[in-house]
Structure formats: structure tokens, C-alpha cells
Design a protein around this ligand. Sequence first.
Ligand code: SF4
Length: 439
Amino acid sequence: MSNERNHVAMPAAIEGCLSGDRPMSFGPAERRPCLQATIGGQQGVAAVTVGGDAPVRVQSMTNTDTADAIGTAIQVRDLAHAGSELVRITVNNAKAADAVPAIREQLERMGVDVPLVGDFHYNGHKLLRDYPECARVLDKYRINPGNVGAGKRRDDNFVQMVEIALEYNKPVRIGVNWGSLDQQLLARLMDENAGRTAPWDAREVMREALVQSALDSAEQAQSVGMPANQILLSAKVSAVQDLISVYRSLAARCHYPLHLGLTEAGMGSKGIVASTAAMGTLLQMGIGDTIRVSLTPDPGGARTREVVVAQEILQTMGLRAFAPQVVACPGCGRTSSTVFQELADSIQTYLRDQMPAWRERLPGVETMQVAVMGCVVNGPGESKHADIGISLPGSGEAPVAPVFIDGERSVTLKGDAIATDFQAIVDDYVERRYGAGAA
Ligand code: SF4
């Protein structure tokens, strides 16, 4: 197959577009149909649906000591205010389990109704049994089938946790992880693989073990009586291609909602890029019902960063809108000042900070596009495409900054107060366009 214009072999889908009248245009694939789970909804906690026709949810996890009820509640509040629709806390020992009801009470006092997910490993069955208030207050349990014991003990512990979830009517996430893969299952699959005429690569066997561990555990939970629509699955790995492969397989082989996340994604840009590459690819295929970005925070850095990144992945892909977006040019030799960079940064921060107050009062404001451009080359054009934009003066240009509103040139700003003047214009625009009196 070749394309006559450039003699390059083209994939069939692209070839089809080039040969027809239709312009090339590829959007995200339709979401994979799956069951819908509801998390929360009891005792003054928000009910959050995941899967089915629900939007792709954003979730996060605390990094405080859960036994510190006040400190944990404050971080849960911060994550919820940043936009996390579910927050997971580790429940790793008796003190942590004992603190869970106090965390929920503290959240109630702070007016925070985000559902809480308990993350359990080796001793989860004991903690849930010994601390019934913890079991009652949590809205979902995360169970790692690779970390609940071995052999018969594994089955007994897993079943105990599922039975407690049933008793309290809680959904469960069966969350397998590359780092704690069920070693017996892996050994069995390796043996089976050795008997193949064309054995798979060892990495393929490990990927299959992850998928089978999740699917087998879900089947086991259902055999104990857990309804299928109260089960969510995840299978986290730390390499992008492994994650894509594992989730494609899971998506094709089950109808449970899928929780996406690249585990141990790393720090800074590496963690953000790896998470975006992996989750963006899967979301484009219609795979994924809730996402968590596992960033290692910078020392002293805000835990809420992972929520912002998750939202930005979904918003930049056009899947959801959370806060107005600022389009800014990268800058080049045509602009020597840092004014446009500072303005882009301050206006993005300002817009995001306003969202808790704006969200209810100004519906639709989260879809607004603001452009901050560095010079006249692309500035006016890009600003006209945005809802509201400003084109700052480049090197050698007149020290004026035209503002564009809904594609039309409006006022021209000049002087030292361009940033505050522009912010006031944005505020005014937001009220007129999205406020109570908007058409
Ligand atoms: S808009 Fe101007 S300053 Fe910004 S990147 Fe383009 S040419 Fe450079």
C-alpha cells in the first residue's frame, strides 16, 4: 500500500482519509461500555458513580500518616478542594484503622463530603474485622490480591475482606500491582509457558499474570456474592508500554470499570510525561473510568499537584473541563521581556484559584479559553481564537497590548498595570458571560 504523493506506506485508516473527500479527523474512541459502580452515598457522603455513562473520574491518595486524623483530614480536604472526586487513604495498622472514623467526623465538620477509599494490604482482613467503625465509615475498599497471604490463607483472607464489604454494602477495587504480583500464579503461568511450542517472552507472561490475577480475583469475589457492579479493577505497572498492553487486555476481557494509574511514575516532568503518555493513549482508545496520577511530590511540594495533572490530562484531551485554560506561546527571540510569561502564569493560577467559588455560580466558566501571547506574529490570531486574549508587545513593538474578546479587538492596555487591568477585564468577562444575568 503506498501513497502516490510521497511514496510512503500508510496505515489503512490514514490511507482511507487521504483517498476520500473527508478531511483527516480522529477523535477519541467511544468509551468502552462497562458496568457502573457507585461509591459513597451513605451518611452524608457524596455518591460518585464510576464507569458506565459517568465521566472519567479523578482520584488521589494522601501521603499523611492515617493515624494522624487531623493531618489526614486536612490533606483529604485539600485534595477534594483541588477536584479529587475520591480520596484514598492507607489503612495499614490498628492506629490507622482506629483513626478512620475520626477522619470522617473531621471532614464532616469541614463540610467535605468526598468518599474515602481504604487501601488495605497484608492485614486488611483483620483490621476490617477488628475495627467495624472503620469498615462502616469507608466508602470503598482497595484489596491487593497479591498482598493478602499465600495459598489457602490468601483465599481465606481475600474472602473475609469481600464478605465484610458485602456486610457493609461497599464496592471494592481489586488492585493488582507489578511489585506485588501473586507469585504462585506467576510460577504456574511460567510453567505453562515453558510447555508452549513457541513460548512467550517472559515479560508477556508477567503481563498476562497481572491480568489473570485481577480477573480471577474478581471472579472469586463474585462467587462469594459480590455484585459485579460493585467491583472495579486496576493492574498497575511502572512502564508505559506495559500499562497500555495490560489495560488493553483487561478492557477486552471484562466489563468492570477500570481504574487507570501508572504506579511509581516518578518525580517532576518524568512522572507527568510517563503518566500522560500511558493514560492519554488508553483514554484515546476509550479505556479508563477513573484515573490517578501517582506523582512523587518534590520535597515540600503540594500533594494536590497530582489532582491538577489528572484534570489537565482529561481537559487537554477534551474529555472533561475543570478550569479555564490559558494558551500561551513559548516565547522566542521576538520577545525579550518576561512580562508575558509572568502574566500567563499569574492568570492561570488566578483562574484555577477562583474555581471553588466560581464552579457553582458561573456554570460553563471551566470551558473558557484565555490566550496570553508574546508578540504580534501569532498574538492577535491566537487571541482571536480564544474567548479572551491579550497580545503583549514583542521586542521593538509599540508598548501596547491589544485585548481581544470573543474574536473582536477590544481595549488596548499600556503602562505598568497591564496584568491587573487584564485580570479585571477577565473578571468582568466571566461575570457577563457565565453569571446569573448571562444570556
Ligand atoms: S507569538 Fe511571538 S514571541 Fe510568542 S513564540 Fe510566536 S513569535 Fe515568539
